[in-house]
Ligand binder design. Structure first.
Ligand code: GLU
Length: 484
């Protein structure tokens, strides 16, 4: 039987979901699910100084909102828990000691001061540890341990030769061993570093495919040396290019770029965001653009991943989001848009469902709704110039005349009959009685009701939405303005 495919999403709890991380999670999910495998969530919180309250909840919430249901994780359990690294603290040290025993790691007793000193004295500021403790004798080590001297455990890198591996996206990666620093595996507080924990956990959790950012491309040889020293199988590696803000800069929350949560707040849909980012680094076999998560699972193939960095294009996302909104079931749209509609319209007795139907085709995000309907609560100030419309053949003179006729006609319509059909028929009749074009009636009415030259919905819809009293008041205002 073929080995079960297992991928893991291993975020550090930073308090927000970076778009690049979300895309990594998505590809991990797709790699597993497209092959009937399992998608695992592991929280990497060994850097306790960076601990942020509530940060793991954002991770759970994001996976829920996007529908990427994990099969195992801290909240749902599984056979390989705990799934939070800080809760696995005792797991790592025995493996580090085993590495010491078989010569792949060593105890280092260097003090912080000494480490700072070598850093300060080094011409190459990034040069690492000088391997001072690498060749301590067994007796020296034992004496120091007995005396309770604080220590870290470092990886003992080979000093010559090369380590190479083949990455699914980047191909052959090869590094001179002499360039590898004797990195810390276990810190003095007993916590593993990320560099150590990821190897131990990926092995213990039976992870078959490791997907992560390309910033780890050059660290991976170090991990492979650990796998080898422990006699373990090396997973398949899939490194991903960064998501870019532009040709030079990576997308980064630190530079104020939007996180997943920011985009939701800006009125984007989780499914549109997910669809959009799926295509930032992966191409379907055809030129198809729209995919639900399940459709991505059905169409995903690993060779479609690309190593050329993709630029996050908010204009494209807006468009895609708009397409999702326009194609949404109207009831669902209304339910999702309601909080935004309520914020935009304070007047009571306004048919928000009707408004939803008018804006659904026009707003690319939920945030676009408010400016479209900013005239509902109160008539904005406007210039009478907008009564003049060439194509409608309206000018200030005929607009005034027609508005007066509309006003007396509408006054005669009973409040109970104030519906779109009745309003429509009445205005159309008026146009034909007067022998004018429909637009010569409709345009001035819409203008008087909204004070704008572009509105969602036309004269009839606005009359219905605003109601009799408010509509008459606004038409009277228009007449007064035109008479001046
Ligand atoms: N905790 C690491 C990060 O958030 C994960 C890297 C990996 O997937 O191994 O960058």
């Amino acid at each position: 039987m073929a080995k079960e495919i297992r991928t893991r999403f291993a975020p550090s709890p930073t308090g927000y979901m970076h778009i690049g991380n979300l895309r990594t999670a998505l590809y991990e999910y797709l790699i597993a699910k497209s092959q009937g495998g399992k998608f695992i969530l592991r929280i990497e919180d060994t850097d306790q100084e960076r601990y942020i309250e509530g940060a793991t909840d954002i991770i759970y919430e994001t996976l829920k909102q996007t529908g990427m249901q994990h099969d195992e994780g801290p909240d749902v359990g599984g056979d390989y828990g705990p799934y939070i690294q800080s809760e696995r603290k005792d797991t790592y040290l025995p493996y580090a000691k085993k590495l010491v025993e078989n010569g792949a790691a060593y105890y280092c007793f260097c003090t912080k001061d000494r480490l700072e000193e070598i850093k300060a004295n080094s011409a190459d500021k990034v040069a690492g540890y000088d391997r001072h403790c690498r060749d301590l004798s067994k007796e020296e080590v034992e004496a120091k341990l007995k005396a309770g001297t604080p220590y870290v455990i470092r990886q003992k890198m080979p000093l010559s030769g090369k380590t190479s591996y083949t990455d699914v996206v980047y191909g052959l990666v090869e590094i001179e061993n002499s360039e590898l620093e004797d990195q810390i595996l276990v810190k003095s507080d007993g916590m593993p570093t990320y560099n150590f924990a990821n190897v131990i956990d990926d092995h213990l959790m039976n992870i078959t495919h490791v997907v992560r950012g390309n910033e780890y491309l050059s660290s991976t040889p170090k991990y492979n040396l650990l796998y080898e020293a422990l006699g373990w199988d090396i997973p398949v590696y899939i490194h991903l290019p960064p998501v870019m803000k532009d040709a030079q800069h990576k997308l980064s929350k630190r530079n104020g770029d939007a996180s997943f949560q920011d985009l939701l707040k800006k009125g984007y849909l989780p499914e549109a965001i997910l669809n959009y980012i799926a295509l930032l680094g992966w191409s379907p076999r055809d030129n198809r653009e729209f995919f639900t998560l399940n459709e991505l699972v059905e169409n995903f193939y690993i060779e479609g991943l690309s190593k050329s960095p993709a630029v996050f294009d908010i204009v494209k996302l807006r468009w895609m989001n708009g397409e999702y909104l326009r194609n949404m079931d109207p009831d669902k749209y209304y339910a999702l848009a309601l909080p935004y509609l309520k914020k935009a319209v304070a007047s009571p007795d306004i048919d928000l469902k009707k408004i939803a139907s008018l804006v659904q085709g026009r707003a690319d995000t939920f945030m676009d709704i408010a400016p479209l309907i900013d005239f509902i609560d109160a008539l904005p100030e406007y210039s009478t110039d907008i009564y003049c419309h060439k194509k409608m053949k309206t000018d200030k003179v005929n607009s005034l005349e027609n508005l007066k006729a509309v006003l007396s006609l509408l006054k005669g319509i009973d409040k109970r009959d104030w519906n779109e059909e009745k309003l429509h028929d009445s205005l159309i009749n008026l146009a034909s009685e007067k022998g004018v074009k429909n637009g010569q009636i409709m345009w001035p009415v819409r203008t008087a009701l909204s004070g704008k030259d572009v509105t969602p919905g036309g004269a009839i819809e606005l009359l219905y939405i605003l109601g009799k009293e408010e509509s008459l008041a606004r038409i009277e205002t228009g007449i007064d303005m035109l008479e001046e």
